[in-house]
Ligand binder design. Structure first.
Ligand code: ZN
Length: 255
C-alpha cells in the first residue's frame, strides 16, 4: 500500500510539473510594422509587413496547441502595438513556461533565403551583431545598458533549456518544411533579443524566412505553408516537452 501511495504521488508530481503553459508572441504590431517591402507586380502595389505574416503564423501555432489541450496564450491577437516590456508582463501574468516569438527576416541582399531559430545568449560575437537589427528597434540607448545585467542573469537561468528547445523546433522545421519546400536551414543561433531577455523564461525567436526575397515572401503568405510551418513548430515543442519528461523520469528512477 505504501508503495502504491508513493507511486500515485510520484505520478501526480510528474503530471503537475509537465503542465506547460506556452506563450506565443507575434512580433511587432500596430505602429511597429517590423520589416516591410512593397510588393511589385500587383495592381495596386501593396506593402507586405512582417507584423501581419508573423500574426498569421502565430495564430496557427496557437490553434494547433489549443487543439492538443495545452494552456496557450498570444501576446497579441490583432494588429496592435505591444511594447517589449508589455510582452514580458504578459509572460509574467500567464506564468508562461515557454516563450515562442515569431518573426520574419529581412536582408539588403535580395537573394537571402532560409529559416533560422534563435535562443538568448550573449556570449557570442555573432549574437552581439544581431542586436542592432529590427527586432530590438524599440530599445533606446540607456535601456540597453541597464538591461545588460538582466540579460546576463536570464541567459544563465534559461540557456540550458532554450538551446535544446531551439534545436528541437529547428530540426522539425528542417525535416518537414525544409524538405517539402526545398528551403535551406540557416541554423540554430545564439542571439541577443530583448524580448527573450525581458520575458525571463526559456524561449526561442523564430525567423521564418525573408520578406525581402520575393520567392520567400510569396510562400510565407500562403496559408498552406503557414500551416506546415506551424505544425513543425508544434511538433518541435512537443518533442522538447517529451524529452524533459523522459529526463525527469530517469532522474526519478536513479533516486
Ligand atoms: Zn521582427
Amino acid at each position: 500500500m505504501k508503495i502504491f501511495i508513493s507511486l500515485i504521488f510520484c505520478l501526480l508530481t510528474i503530471i503537475k510539473s509537465e503542465a506547460f503553459t506556452i506563450l506565443i508572441d507575434p512580433g511587432h504590431g500596430g505602429e511597429d510594422d517590423g520589416a516591410k517591402v512593397l510588393s511589385h507586380g500587383k495592381n495596386p502595389e501593396v506593402m507586405i509587413k512582417e507584423k501581419d505574416i508573423a500574426l498569421m503564423i502565430a495564430e496557427k501555432i496557437h490553434e494547433l496547441l489549443l487543439a492538443k489541450n495545452y494552456t496557450v496564450f498570444l501576446t497579441r491577437s490583432m494588429d496592435r502595438t505591444v511594447s517589449l516590456p508589455e510582452r514580458a508582463a504578459i509572460a509574467e501574468k500567464t506564468k508562461a513556461d515557454l516563450f515562442i516569438s515569431v518573426h520574419i527576416n529581412s536582408s539588403p541582399e535580395s537573394s537571402a533565403v532560409g529559416f533560422e531559430t534563435y535562443y538568448l545568449d550573449n556570449h557570442n560575437e555573432v549574437a552581439i551583431k544581431k542586436v542592432e537589427k529590427t527586432e530590438n528597434i524599440q530599445m533606446k540607448g540607456d535601456e540597453v545598458v541597464v538591461q545588460q545585467i538582466l540579460v546576463d542573469l536570464v541567459v544563465e537561468q534559461t540557456v540550458s533549456t532554450s538551446k535544446p528547445l531551439a534545436q528541437r523546433i529547428h530540426s522539425e522545421i528542417k525535416n518537414s518544411v525544409g524538405r517539402k519546400y526545398g528551403i535551406s536551414s540557416r541554423g540554430v543561433k545564439p542571439g541577443l533579443f530583448y524580448v527573450l531577455a525581458l520575458s525571463k523564461r526559456p524561449g526561442v525567436l523564430l525567423e521564418v524566412g525573408f520578406i525581402s526575397t520575393q520567392k520567400e515572401r510569396v510562400r510565407m503568405m500562403n496559408p498552406d505553408f503557414q500551416q506546415d510551418y506551424a505544425k513543425a513548430v508544434v511538433n518541435g515543442i512537443e518533442k522538447f516537452i517529451q524529452s524533459r519528461k523522459m529526463t525527469k523520469i530517469k532522474k526519478h528512477h536513479r533516486k
